[in-house]
Write a protein that binds this ligand. Structure first.
Ligand SMILES: Nc1ncnc2c1ncn2[C@@H]1O[C@H](COP(=O)(O)OP(=O)(O)OP(=O)(O)O)[C@@H](O)[C@H]1O
Ligand SMILES: [Mg+2]
Length: 283
């Protein structure tokens, strides 16, 4: 007889590109455990959502996955595997190589991630040059292709524009173009559409869904907006005070929440039109 392990026997068609197992995050200064055990795994083309109140540990969880925790904050337990690689075992150089190429991210406030005094196109081309090792000419060509891929009109024109010449939605597309420049397998979007107006937000969500469908990109979507999660995610984690209070398939968590806190979140969101997305149950 073989011994039973604790590993859940779940048939998957592909190995996970991201596996987060019981990750705990601690503040070394106060000794406080900020994130108290987060687990999920993501196969290509799948989307996991993280929701929950401000300060619940969503961003730190993402930053742990990316290996960019703030000073004094550390992963104090659990394991993170990106494309089969144990992130904790990687050297700083190995981590840097992984970031951008295998796993990438977009955050809120795209303008702050771009250099205001350099045209946006060359900034994308630089990422392509460094991460893909292309020459200048090829990197420029690729940057223009990427600008087109994120559905910006007139890519050649946009290539030569400065950040201040672009709208918030256009900037977020430029950031997404930069994030996917090295063909990552996982993209983390942490409140990536929060600052945008509703129409632009919907366009960016469509773009992410498109990348998921065409490139098999796996997504981690952090949002305070349950409608975003309902639209995009296969699975959702509900966090409160560093704990995952509920986790499961999006449909189940949003239609049949088991935890009071999830119910509270859903009630709060109903006024923002969550029912619009939930209505697809009947479709
Ligand atoms: N650099 C830091 N030093 C100390 N504590 C931090 C640091 N960054 C975050 N924290 C604390 O960790 C907790 C989780 O923060 P985190 O940014 O992950 O929350 P969040 O869920 O992303 O919130 P929001 O919805 O507001 O973005 C908070 O209590 C926060 O105060
Ligand atoms: Mg956050």
């Amino acid at each position: 007889m073989t011994t039973l392990t604790e590993t859940p026997v779940r048939p998957t068609t592909t190995d996970p590109v991201l596996a987060v197992r019981d990750v705990r995050i601690r503040d070394q200064v106060s000794g406080r455990e900020i994130v108290k055990g987060v687990s999920f795994s993501l196969t290509p083309g799948k989307v996991v959502g993280i929701v929950g109140e401000s300060g619940s540990g969503k961003t730190l969880t993402c930053r742990a996955v990316l290996g960019i925790l703030p000073e004094h904050i550390e992963v104090a337990g659990g394991a993170i595997h990106v494309a089969g690689e144990d992130v904790a075992a990687l050297s700083p150089a190995g981590l840097t190589a992984l970031r951008g190429s295998t796993i990438s991210a977009v955050f809120q406030d795209p303008a702050s991630y771009l250099n205001p005094s350099i045209k946006v196109g060359p900034q994308i081309a630089e990422v392509v040059r460094v991460k893909k090792g292309l020459g200048r000419r090829a990197a420029k060509r690729r940057a223009i292709e990427l600008i087109a891929a994120v559905h910006l009109r007139d890519p050649e024109l946009v290539y030569g524009q400065y950040a201040h010449e672009l709208s918030g939605g256009m900037l977020q597309r430029v950031l997404i173009a930069t994030a996917i420049a090295a063909d990552p397998r996982v993209l983390i979007a942490d409140e990536a559409t929060t600052a945008l107006d509703v129409t632009v937000q919907a366009e960016i969500l469509d773009l992410l869904a498109d990348l998921r469908d065409t490139a098999g990109l796996a997504l981690v979507v952090v949002s305070h907006d349950l409608a975003v999660v309902a639209q995009l995610c296969d699975e959702v984690l509900v966090m409160r005070e560093g704990e995952v209070v509920e986790q499961g398939p999006t449909e189940r968590v949003l239609y049949h929440p088991q935890h009071d806190y999830t119910r509270l979140l859903i009630d709060e969101h109903e006024q923002y039109g969550l029912d619009r997305f939930l209505a697809r149950e009947g479709s």
